[in-house]
Design a protein around this ligand. Structure first.
Ligand SMILES: Nc1ncnc2c1ncn2[C@@H]1O[C@H](COP(=O)(O)OP(=O)(O)OP(=O)(O)O)[C@@H](O)[C@H]1O
Length: 236
């Protein structure tokens, strides 16, 4: 596919002696949201960490805009335009909301034009709390701040690791709305989720991962009808 912004081709990753990712291949086309679903331990986070080269795949190729990421350090991959919003949300607790965003700000792909002003328009909760410390935020606000910090680096693609984790349903809906808004603004996203309803509501395409392999892929609509796949690999 010529419009694949990010491409994984037969990726194998080991953690210690365990063969965690066993030949994973998929594409993330520009402007689309691809969801990576699977049970606990299926290898979703390890896939994201392989893309960022926080772990080194032993075999296979990962290309971004046609360029092989092998041998690149994690910071180089981030600078090339891949933003990773980790489950830990990695907020600096001693800094204010505004300072957290400011230090992450970078021109990056300026055409995207994510500035502090634009962040405050799209994340009114953060605007209200701009002078609050990172630790004074709710879980949902911390997730929004983590996403805002990724956006102001003006990436080409965002990797989101379980943004809904630990959040109340109402807040999950707010996060889903933000993801939809980003998609409408043209942002490409690879979304790792446990929340089936949320992920299928926002994704154009779904990859089901099970025991380190791609077990199924298709549209959200198709997955809702694929009862056996859902039961076997997702438990929903
Ligand atoms: N250092 C390690 N050595 C061996 N196995 C590990 C190590 N770290 C994690 N694992 C195992 O790797 C597997 C994949 O983990 P991974 O975090 O990628 O799964 P996941 O699908 O993202 O699940 P989760 O939702 O729990 O993060 C798990 O079974 C985990 O127990």
């Amino acid at each position: 596919m010529s419009n694949a912004l990010l491409k994984l081709d037969d990726v194998h990753t080991y953690l210690g002696d365990s063969h965690i990712i066993q030949g994973v291949s998929f594409d993330v086309p520009a402007g689309k949201v691809v969801a990576l679903l699977g049970r606990n331990g299926a290898g979703k986070t390890t896939t994201l960490r392989s893309i960022m080269r926080m772990v080194q795949p032993r075999r296979g190729r990962i290309t971004f805009e046609g360029r092989d990421l092998a041998g690149m350090p994690t910071f180089g991959i981030a600078r090339a335009g891949i933003a990773f919003v980790q489950e830990t949300r990695a907020i600096f607790p001693s800094l204010s909301v505004e300072e957290n965003i400011a230090i992450a700000s970078r021109k990056g792909h300026a055409a995207n034009g994510w500035t502090m002003e634009r962040i405050y328009e799209d994340f009114p909760n953060l605007a209200q709390r701009r002078n609050n410390g990172g630790t004074q935020l709710s879980g949902g606000e911390q997730q929004m701040l983590a996403m805002a910090r990724a956006l102001v680096a003006n990436p080409r693609i965002m990797l989101l690791d379980e943004p809904s984790e630990g959040l109340a349903p109402l807040i999950v809906r707010q996060i889903a709305d933000i993801i939809m808004k980003l998609k409408q603004a043209g942002m490409t996203m690879l979304l790792v989720e446990q929340n089936f309803a949320m992920a299928t509501a926002v994704a154009d395409h779904v990859i089901v991962l099970g025991k380190g392999r791609v077990r199924w892929s298709g549209t959200s609509e198709e997955l809702r009808k694929a009862d056996e796949i859902r039961h076997t690999w997702l438990g929903v």
